[in-house]
Design a protein around this ligand. Sequence first.
Ligand SMILES: [Zn+2]
Length: 268
Amino acid sequence: MNNYLKISIISAAILLLISCGTQSGLSGFNLFPVSQDQQLGLQVNNQILNDKSQYPLLDEVKYKPVYDYVRNITNKLLNTGKVTYKDDFAWEVRIIDDAQTQNAFCTPGGYIYVYTGLIKYLDSEDQLAGVMGHEIAHAALRHSTRQMTKSYGVQTLLELATGGSSGGTLSQLTQNVVGLSFSRGHETEADAHSVIYLCETDYNAAGAAGFFEKITAAGGSSGQPTFLSTHPNPENRVAKIKAKAQELGCTNGKTYAERYNKIKTMIP
Ligand SMILES: [Zn+2]
């Protein structure tokens, strides 16, 4: 760990001890500086790009229309003015060529990955935008580093930062990031922000609800998308998303099902 980072973490820890209880309304303290999200994201992204067997990428040249399509959705959300760290995080989008996996994830620092299995699973563009909004929110709200703060505890992180005897290393932390399961509180927060982002666009703001309704309808463990392995299903998720859209007075309701289905036919 470099010295700047050590100092940043120690400073953050001291600040935390001083200002305990005066943090924002987001769930969970964050002991890490924002630069840590960026650095972690860069590391994890490099690992993913170097692991073609686990993360086979869809060819960017051959499937340019599909990439353009998914990146346009992402940019529409990023340009709403509602995404924190919009200008600080990478916000790069890549598609993983794996039709069996109905998932998407976003590393800290904004490296977004969408599986072809998810694109095939969904019915309309507002649903995909809703899931993308949810993933963007996890990074923008810095859920991974919040979760790490909670999981590893202040003491461990301080030992890590000062080179103490905890035995943990930063690269070990990195390995846990992609497989990190979010808390139900963070899921609810990401769902709400998905609505906040989509509300500023022409999409049906409750787009994510469509995805979660499909999951619920699928029932049983065999039919459930892989999304739930890292994104646990909070209580009343669909109702909460719809209520949020109503609360914000979101009136646009485009689903763009037709052009979505055209894109689906292009995917292997
Ligand atoms: Zn999630």
